[in-house]
Design a protein around this ligand. Structure first.
Ligand code: SF4
Length: 50
């Protein structure tokens, strides 16, 4: 098993390790974030109540 170290605030990151098994490359040439990056703790948008 290959351990991929990652410090992104990504859904697949757990204690500095990537838990996604099919990742082959961490970096992405356009934004330097993994192509599989998925935002963690994304706040849900709730409609504003007046
Ligand atoms: S999917 Fe990419 S950004 Fe997310 S934890 Fe794995 S290596 Fe990091």
């Amino acid at each position: 098993m290959i351990a991929i170290h990652c410090t992104q605030s990504c859904l697949y990151e757990n204690e500095g390790q990537c838990t996604l098994t099919h990742v082959t490359s961490v970096t992405n040439s356009t934004n330097n974030i993994c192509a599989y990056y998925k935002e963690k703790n994304k706040p849900e948008r709730k409609p504003l109540k007046q």
